[in-house]
Design a protein around this ligand. Structure first.
Ligand SMILES: NC(=O)c1ccc[n+]([C@@H]2O[C@H](COP(=O)([O-])OP(=O)(O)OC[C@H]3O[C@@H](n4cnc5c(N)ncnc54)[C@H](OP(=O)(O)O)[C@@H]3O)[C@@H](O)[C@H]2O)c1
Length: 336
């Protein structure tokens, strides 16, 4: 089979498709004929050796895939050959045939295509960790999402809305505001000035008061980091929680703890991979939940572009160059 096996870390353009041995089913492994691969910012970090986990090459990267089960190991009872599935593999997905541990494989409802499922799994699972598990958002909560037209941001808007929250989306353009509103945000506010002072004033004066009073928000889900994080704290009300999802700005901020103390705030991280390692049952429940929402038409992965397997690394380069709006998915076999 063909796979993007990494022999050394490097920029997307340095990695080639290669012939490698196809995986075989053993123990608790599910073997999937791959139909779709979701591409994510963390994949871009992973191929360059910039991700928090750095497996020793050679290895096949790729965290998300969807397809059809072609074999199962002797310990697998929940899946059988021919099942439609989606998998959160964290590595190994950039291949025509993927081996995934059964704990990371999910039944895909008939009405959810391989493209939608693969495009959605990392962003919806991350949003589920941030909004539901970490922030504990419930009906009526006021939630702010930064980078709300990005992959995780748009999923966070949808997860929060499906939990009954009132969501304000923070974006940097009119087109992104339309996108956030289409994801279900109650309101979208456009950043006029990204400077530190500009953002602080925006969050204190416009975002905090977006609900028509000065009570502030219950939760900020921050995918951008840097000055957005610091400014985001200004919009929180009593017992407000800021959930750190990522640093799309490239800038890792620090919180002034006196500000947290005086304003009774909490800051918390929302790492997806670690939740699969430590809170597997919660993650399995969450994945089944948003797949059902997708099947019911209440959530969408917003796949705006599909590309063939041979162009996968160009897709990662496009993410690097910020050319992708929405999700980009690689198609293989019958989905392509
Ligand atoms: N916690 C986890 O386990 C986990 C899982 C997946 C991803 N992540 C992280 O979450 C972050 C967002 O991922 P994503 O897939 O949603 O990214 P994305 O689709 O590229 O969206 C990121 C958004 O951030 C904003 N942004 C601000 N400054 C930016 C800059 N300099 N470059 C790029 N975007 C910038 C943009 O929105 P505006 O222009 O509207 O501000 C953009 O829409 C990344 O840091 C990623 O590594 C974390």
């Amino acid at each position: 089979m063909r796979a993007y096996q990494l022999n050394a870390y490097g920029k997307p353009g340095t990695h080639q498709l290669q012939e490698v041995d196809a995986p075989t089913a053993h123990a608790d492994q599910v073997i999937i004929r791959n139909e779709a691969i979701g591409l994510n910012y963390p994949d871009l970090l992973m191929v360059q050796g910039m991700y928090q986990k750095r497996p020793e090459p050679p290895f096949v990267p790729g965290r998300d895939c969807a397809g059809i089960v072609v074999a199962v190991g002797p310990e697998v009872t929940d899946f059988t050959v021919g099942d439609k599935v989606v998998a959160q593999t964290f590595s190994g997905a950039f291949a025509e045939v993927v081996s995934a541990p059964v704990t990371r494989v999910f039944h895909r409802p008939d009405s959810v295509s391989a493209i939608e499922a693969a495009g959605g799994i990392t962003v919806f699972n991350t949003a589920f960790v941030a909004v539901s598990i970490r922030a504990g958002v419930k009906a009526g909560d006021r939630v702010i999402v930064t980078g709300a037209a990005g992959g995780v941001g748009a999923a966070a808007v949808q997860v929060a809305r499906n939990l009954g929250a009132d969501v304000v989306a923070i974006v940097s353009s009119k087109a992104k505001a339309q996108h956030a509103l289409a994801s279900g945000a109650n309101k979208a506010l456009i950043i006029a000035d990204r400077s530190e002072e500009g953002l602080k004033s925006f969050f204190k004066k416009e975002v905090r008061t977006a609900w028509g009073d000065d009570r502030g928000a219950d939760v900020v889900v921050d995918t951008v980091g840097g000055t957005m994080f610091t400014a985001g704290l200004r919009a929180l009300g009593f017992a407000g929680r800021l959930v750190v999802v990522g640093f799309a700005s490239g800038d890792i901020p620090s919180a002034k703890t006196n500000y947290l103390l005086y304003n009774n705030l909490s800051v918390m991280g929302a790492p997806l991979d670690i939740h699969f390692d430590n809170a597997l049952e919660q993650m399995r429940g969450g994945t089944d939940w948003w797949l059902k929402l997708m099947a019911e038409g209440k959530a969408v992965a917003n796949v705006t572009k599909t590309i063939p397997f041979t162009e996968l690394m160009q897709g990662l380069q496009d993410i690097h160059d910020q050319k992708v709006v929405g999700k980009i998915v690689v198609t293989l076999g019958s989905a392509g």
